[in-house]
Design a binder for this molecule. Structure first.
Ligand code: HEM
Length: 554
């Protein structure tokens, strides 16, 4: 009865809304008197509160402060449990991760990624994860760094051209768009050795990739899945376009898979990882997946996995670069400190993994950007069986029973900005990652942030923060591309920050949301870009030293 009472007490909603909510809750097992335990607090808000410019993940923050680290939110006929407490998140992602799949997210992404690693049900996911993880090995990452340098130099050459064309030494550039082009070229080369060349040209495949991303965004923010209706893909123009875009990308991926199979050389995993990747003509992930002895070479599965990585690894990394630049333009002191580190450790050399290991402030800056602007801001889960969520901070002592089918939003945004987990949570301050932080109110249930617990990892992670910092998720479904993405972002930042000055041209901080995964600016990141003057007595900052280009398809 809770939902009905709630709808009337608030004086909003109507009887039908209340009934459909009640049905949803009962069918999803939220109201299960037989399970005992307290019911989850309900957020004091309504769907209409979400109207306006504010994206969903931002609206969830105020309700978190008002209602606590576990609360329930009804969306018309749908109800979700919103989780913003690290103890509960640890339970969902690690301790009882096998009880959850991707639920609503899988429903939205299935038409695009099929049974790729992100939306995959647990049975499909297990063997694919086992096959894909070894492909992300260190020697491959080393080869990728050379490619990151080469692609960033292409971006720099374009910025040089734009500055020269502007005539007054300064060009106004949408850096979000430039980072998206850079991210697309890099993911194409790294994952399937395909050169989109999106920095310098337009192509039907690139247009199709952006078309599909746009449709994914539309679907993740539209409440009624009309695209599942019979004939929708024929009668609705945007759905027709979507099908056409998918066909273009699929044809491209199918061609690449067929070519990789024609030249297959089955090899053991160890031997594949021991290849000299500086000399390999095609060091891509696809090559590794196809060449691995006993590999599953099902065309459809390979295509789903490639499509997943294309989409998962492109906008996300571009968004990290966009938001890091956005933050640095407003933090001259952080930028000054960062530049001093880059000048001292890298200078004009091409960036290597060894350099990055010696750049702690750069790494902390990227982590701080991911803390304040996490991509994705929300992780989605659905319970495969009944469970009891731990109480977390000030929750019901016995925790909260939930039923099979319950839908959960893990709010990464709320965790990363939680006043219970971070000192001065809204400030951009990379230094925080070298300071320990604890909160006795958790009664020992949250271990706090402990820099020394980071272990061998170069970046702060879910272990050091006991699930308060999870930009790449955590537990068994943690991102497989985290090192790839962070290295790409590090190389691009080193080269571009040393070569140019960036000044915010306009636009207040406004965020939108794409593909249910990426926080993007609402109207681009318009920036005044100029060549950085060299310190007195030194030559102008040159482009980075040459790195060998890779042989590619395009
Ligand atoms: C800064 C860039 C990136 C961020 C912030 C990011 C973030 C994430 C997050 C949060 C998850 C976990 C999702 C969940 O638990 O529901 C994830 C999963 C995944 N990511 Fe990334 N990602 C990034 C880059 C990449 C790249 C470059 C690739 C591939 C080349 C990639 C491939 C994947 C895949 C395949 C999964 C699914 C893993 C599984 O379920 O086993 N990501 N990513």
């Amino acid at each position: 009865m809770l939902a009905l009472a709630y709808a009337f007490v608030k004086g909003k909603g109507n009887l039908r809304d209340g009934l459909s909510r009640l049905l949803t809750e009962v069918s999803q097992g939220y109201l299960q008197p037989d399970m005992g335990g307290e019911s989850i607090p309900t957020a004091e808000g309504e769907l209409s509160d979400l109207a306006g410019d504010e994206p969903l993940f931002k609206a969830l923050y105020q309700w978190f402060l008002d209602s606590g680290g576990v609360y329930k939110l009804a969306f018309g006929p749908k109800a979700f449990i919103v989780v913003s407490d690290p103890v509960v998140v640890r339970h969902l992602l690690k301790e009882n991760a096998g009880n959850y799949d991707k639920g609503v997210l899988a429903e939205i992404l299935e038409p695009i990624m099929g049974k790729g690693l992100i939306p995959a049900d647990l049975e499909t996911w297990k063997p694919r994860r086992r096959a894909i993880v070894p492909a992300f090995h260190r020697a491959w990452l080393g080869a990728m760094v050379a490619m990151f340098n080469a692609c960033t130099r292409e971006s720099a050459a374009k910025l040089d051209r734009l500055i020269a064309a502007a005539g007054d030494g300064e060009a106004v550039v949408d850096m979000e768009e430039e980072f998206l082009n850079l991210g697309l070229d890099i993911i194409g080369l790294g994952v399937f050795n395909y050169d989109f060349r999106s920095i310098t040209r337009e192509s039907p495949v690139i247009k199709a990739v952006y078309g599909v991303l746009k449709e994914a965004e539309h679907r993740s923010t539209f409440y009624i899945p009309y695209w599942n209706l019979p004939l929708a893909s024929v009668l609705v123009p945007r759905q027709r376009r979507f099908r056409a875009d998918l066909a273009v990308i699929n044809a491209c991926l199918d061609g690449l898979i067929a070519a990789a199979k024609r030249t297959r050389q089955a090899t053991d995993e160890e031997a594949l990882q021991a290849r000299d990747y500086t000399k390999v003509r095609d060091p891509s992930l696809l090559r590794f997946l196809v060449d691995m002895r006993d590999a599953d070479l099902d065309d459809r599965q390979l295509r789903d996995d490639l499509m997943t990585m294309l989409i998962a690894g492109h906008e996300t990394t571009a968004a990290v670069l966009t938001w890091t630049l956005f933050a640095l333009m407003q933090q001259p002191e952080v930028e000054r400190k960062l530049l001093a580190e880059l000048d001292a450790e890298v200078g004009d050399e091409a960036v290597t993994l060894d350099h990055i290991a010696r750049l702690p402030y750069l790494r902390a800056t990227l982590a701080e950007s991911l803390r304040l602007y996490p991509q994705p801001p929300i992780l989605i889960r659905r319970a495969l069986g009944d469970d009891v969520l731990p109480p977390g901070l000030r929750g019901a002592p016995g925790g909260y029973p939930i039923g099979k089918g319950a839908d959960l939003f893990i709010s990464v945004w709320n965790l990363h900005r939680s006043p219970y987990l971070w000192r001065d949570p809204d400030a951009f301050r990379p230094e925080r990652f070298s300071e320990a932080h604890a909160n006795a109110d958790f009664g020992g249930a949250w271990a706090g942030y402990r820099p020394e617990a980071q272990g061998a990892s170069l970046y702060p992670n879910e272990v050091a923060s006991d699930f308060a910092f999870i930009p790449f998720g955590g537990g068994m479904r943690k991102c497989v591309g985290d090192q790839f993405a962070l290295t790409e972002a590090a190389v691009a930042l080193v080269l571009l920050l040393r070569r140019y000055t960036f000044r915010l041209e306009g636009g207040p901080e406004r965020v939108g949301m794409a593909t249910g995964a990426t926080i993007h600016t609402a109207n681009g990141l318009r920036v005044r870009v100029a060549a950085r003057a060299a310190p007195a007595g030194q030559p102008a900052v040159p482009a980075a030293a040459e790195t060998p280009a890779l042989a590619t398809a395009s």
